[in-house]
Unconditional design. Sequence first.
Length: 219
Amino acid sequence: MNSTRGWVLVIGILAIVGAGMFLISDNLRRVMQQTLQPVQDSAGAVSTRMFEVLNPTPTILPDPVTIIHDIRSLARLETVQYSIEKVITAEVGQGLFGVLFGDRLLFVAHGTVIAGVDLGKLTPEDLRVENNVLFVRLPPAEVFIATIDNEKSYVYDRETGLFTKGNINLETEARQAAERAIAESALEDGILETAKTNAQAFLSLLLRDLGYPAVIFEE
């Protein structure tokens, strides 16, 4: 009987000691984890920074010569269109005998003028890269189309002399003069400057999409 109680007492003491050791070990593990966590976080941050330094995000810049081929595929870049109306007076034989042999007409011309930049004229020397900046020298802006709309243009009035049926070429000459007048009006209004500004704005966005962070246009 006494031997049995002794064994029970020994087993109880061992159980208590084991439980105490488990609690101490668990608390020690938690303390160590709390102590080492900031160090581990700091080490992780340093490792991330070192990876970013040793493996920076690459900056990719296309070859300007390749860009020239891409831009040239646009060919004539039309960037502005004017719609103009002009009244043209064409006449012949309006001297002393105008009432007998003269011919006079008023021609109302509705025309269109389109201007832009011919990108097919770009050369490799027109593009250069310095410090990730692309410098571009565009060809001069020019008028591509200056024409009258025959459906909207018409002869408003015509007067011929008593002894003539009129000059058969007068209307044709009036139309030709109208085309020249429409082009001149657009030029006087600054169509070429507008065409250049619009071309630069369009190409600036295009070239940035192709990988150039900054684009500067040179004269």
